[in-house]
Design a protein around this ligand. Structure first.
Ligand code: TMP
Length: 303
């Protein structure tokens, strides 16, 4: 145990010295890690967002990459320029609202419902087939964060369940992981919006309830109760997200253990108010970090 306590101190000191790392309360983070290390891997569970958390926000030249919904924006323009324009207009209208620090979550919710509702309507109306969607994903600008596949492999190797809780599109993530990794790792469980297909393999509807950025909470995980019951022994959570809407993704966990929150901040580095928000909500904030190096070091120590 002493060895671990030392290692936690050493790791925190080393992480704190990295320029992209912000930790508001190192003592509280160390206490959570001590609890996790003492309980061991059999108690551990990882819950992660997908878009701009497991996936990268920007490429090497600083250009914004794609979300799972963006797979349709990118490709719709090729197949149907009018549809491409409609997706672009939606994103330009609603993305700034999603991250506007001056609006409350309650004020944002109706806009998010309108965004997701309209976007899903377009996808269903288009009648895209499963094969077309697989092709869209292959040609998309969705890129894994550096080290994300290695981190997922480490979790699979030691049998830590990974819940991918995404307000994006679950089938797109599944297809993407199959294309990148060969298969979806066995330890992965999705909580996400799923495209439903008709007998001709055409998109015909979306799963209910709708999950948008600000409803990753008890109302959408009600149907996941049996999954969370199966893993009820796992009460220590590593949570990873990129938005303030991600911080309660552990709501379904039957638990009395700690949740260590790792936040990826992809916003304006000079926006101190937003950064302060993230630091208050997440135990550790990674500013414009395109890698999974820090989560990997934390996982290796507590798993
Ligand atoms: P998440 O990262 O919380 O899972 O949220 C998914 C992201 O997808 C969120 O930032 C908004 C974005 N999005 C699009 O880019 N296009 C769309 O059509 C919709 C509905 C969402």
């Amino acid at each position: 145990k002493l060895k671990y306590v030392d290692s936690i101190g050493v790791l925190l000191e080393s992480l704190s010295s990295l320029p992209q790392v912000r930790i508001a309360d190192p003592a509280s983070m160390a206490a959570k890690m001590r609890q996790m290390v003492a309980a061991g891997n059999k108690k551990l569970l990882v819950i992660s967002d997908f878009d701009f958390t497991l996936s990268r926000y920007a490429n090497e030249s600083g250009e914004r990459l794609s979300t799972t919904h963006g797979v349709f924006d990118d490709n719709a323009a090729r197949v149907d320029p009018e549809l491409g324009k409609k997706f672009d207009e939606l994103r330009m209208k609603y993305y700034p609202i999603e991250f506007d620090p001056k609006l409350t979550v309650e004020e944002k919710i109706p806009h998010m419902e309108a965004w997701w509702g309209t976007s899903h309507g377009y996808i269903v109306q288009s009648g895209f087939t499963r094969a077309m969607i697989e092709d869209f994903v292959r040609k998309s600008r969705v890129v894994l964060r550096d080290g994300a596949s290695e981190l997922m492999q480490s979790m699979e190797a030691v049998g830590t369940p990974l819940v991918i809780f995404s307000a994006g599109i679950g089938n797109v993530i599944e297809i993407f992981l199959r294309q990148k990794l060969g298969s979806v790792p066995r330890n992965v469980h999705f909580i996400s919006n799923m495209i439903l297909f008709d007998s001709n393999d055409k998109a015909c509807a979306f799963s209910e309830p709708l999950i948008h950025t600000f409803c990753k909470n008890s109302s959408v995980i009600q149907k996941e109760a049996s999954f969370f019951h199966q893993i009820a022994g796992r009460s220590n959570v590593i949570l990873m997200g990129d938005s303030m809407g991600d911080i309660h993704m552990d709501v379904g966990v039957e638990k009395d253990g700690p949740t260590l929150r790792i936040g990826f901040y992809n916003g304006d580095v000079n926006d101190e108010a937003s950064l302060d928000h993230y630091m208050a909500a997440y135990d550790i904030v990674l500013v414009h970090d395109s890698t999974m190096n820090v989560p990997q070091r934390i996982f290796d120590l507590v798993s």
